[in-house]
Write a protein of this length. Structure first.
Ligand SMILES: Cc1ncc(COP(=O)(O)O)c(C=O)c1O
Length: 446
């Protein structure tokens, strides 16, 4: 049963948040977790559902920011982690499981001639950029405005700013204080899906360009698909400039297809980074790439390290997660797409029925609702024109009705293989009510 507006309680979550704020800045160790006004301390998860400390149950579309591709606490993942914990928790030596998980990745990811493990997506993109700089002997990277590649200084530029400048030479804006301008000088910003501008920016920077890094589907300002041919053009432009193409597949990897966006769109990157859905809930990330590039890693050459890299518990969880995902010729991905498409269709119908001015865009396992009169959002600049306040109000209303969607249209709606047709029906019914309420509040007639 869904929680109704009147039933939902939040007293314990609110008390805990106040307690937490006394000792942890903002109340949680990631500003994303308390940035929106719906304090929710989770205690239990099963399949597509998550429960909070007050006993409320939600259909979960946050899914650990994309990690829980097989839902909460999949019994095979839990069992694998438990078994490993009893055998070897940690060693600091190589373990056989590392070869096993690397081989599973290599079987499906198009560019995975070699594989390296890290613990987070942040580390993976940081290492990939360093490797690209080392092997090309050049320094600059091109990064797209509105994309997010983790929490290190190389990439925390023009993630979210209301003033991006001219398309032909976008401003480069640090995301936070504390990020040195000297690092910024190694980063050039380009607008997403604007090939003409990108071509000029690449040519302007080619003599010192080490890499172009892109989320193949932009998924950190809602979900913005690449225009047809755009990813292929990225590859050609990188090649022309003797630079590497890095696909940051931390969100698209093990979500769009067994081989991620590289398989889905048929474009192979020189290096690719994975995290989130690779582990199904355990902390693990990977860098995959061409053998001739990754063979340059070693003592006295390019370094690669981390105490927790290829942690036995994470490898055990990831191995079970991949077995579930890759069984029966990737049937799980058909399910992710078909359930997601049903949900997108239901939400579009609810938008039509309520006459609210909004669109739904993306792909089944990964999509977003934008409150806008645009027929499509194709760039960060267009995203800036959407009504983000209406989205936040809508998502908070969904939350009150028992559907957990992060209340910021910069995030996205994510599916797991455990979401059912019943979840879709309940979500669409809640969404229709929420659209009606938001339309009244914001006068949003189409
Ligand atoms: C595309 C992308 N790359 C990298 C990262 C960083 O991953 P992590 O949070 O595991 O460090 C994220 C996280 O949201 C992401 O969305």
């Amino acid at each position: 049963m869904m929680n109704s507006l009147l039933q939902r309680k939040s007293s314990k979550s609110e008390t805990l948040l106040n307690e937490a704020k006394k000792i942890i800045p903002t109340g949680a160790s990631s500003v994303m977790r308390t940035r929106i006004p719906n304090p929710m301390f989770a205690v239990r998860g099963r399949g597509s559902r998550v429960w909070d400390v007050d006993g409320n149950m939600y259909i979960d579309y946050l899914l650990g920011f994309g990690s829980l591709i097989n839902g909460h606490c999949h019994p095979r993942i839990v069992e694998a982690v438990k078994k490993q914990a009893e055998e070897l928790l940690m060693s600091g030596t190589p373990v056989e499981l590392e070869i096993e998980v690397a081989s599973k990745i290599q079987r499906v990811v198009p560019n995975a001639e070699m594989v390296l493990f890290a613990s987070t997506g942040t580390e993976a993109t940081m290492e990939a950029i360093r490797i690209a700089r080392a092997v090309t002997g050049k320094t600059k990277i091109i990064k797209f405005e509105g994309s997010y590649h983790g929490h290190h200084d190389y990439v925390l530029w023009s993630v979210e700013s209301s003033n991006p400048g001219l398309e032909i030479s976008p401003f480069r804006i640090p995301y936070y204080p504390g990020i040195p301008e000297s690092v910024g000088k190694t980063v050039t910003i380009a607008p997403w899906n604007n090939l003409e501008a990108l071509r000029k920016i690449v040519r302007r920077n080619r003599s010192n360009l080490a890499a172009i890094i892109a989320e193949p589907v932009m998924a950190n300002n809602g979900v913005i698909l690449p225009k047809p041919g755009f990813l292929k053009a990225l590859k050609e432009l990188a090649e022309e400039a003797d630079a590497l193409l890095i696909f940051d597949e931390v969100i698209t990897g093990f979500r769009l297809a067994p081989g991620g966006a590289q398989e889905y769109f048929g474009v192979k990157a020189d290096l690719a980074t994975f995290g989130k859905a690779l582990g199904g809930g355990v902390p693990i990330a990977a860098v995959t790439g061409r053998r001739d590039i990754l063979e340059n890693i070693g003592p006295g050459k390019i370094g690669f390290g981390g105490t927790y890299n290829a942690h036995p518990l994470s490898l055990a969880g990831a191995s079970a997660n991949l077995d579930i995902l890759l069984a029966n010729n990737g049937e799980a991905f058909q399910r992710l797409h078909s359930t997601g498409e049903k949900l997108m269709k239901g939400l579009r119908q609810a938008i039509d029925d309520t006459g609210v001015e909004a669109i739904v865009q993306g792909l089944g396992p990964l999509f977003q609702v934008y409150f806008t009169n645009l027929p499509e959002v194709t760039s960060y600049r267009e995203k800036l024109q959407t009504n983000s306040a209406a989205y936040t109000a809508w998502a908070l209303k969904m939350f009150e009705k028992g559907v957990y969607i992060y209340a910021d249209d910069g995030e996205r709606i994510l599916l797991s293989t455990m979401h059912t047709d019943e979840d879709v029906e309940l979500t669409v019914a809640a969404a229709e009510e929420a659209f009606r309420e938001v339309k009244k509040q914001f006068s949003l007639a189409a």
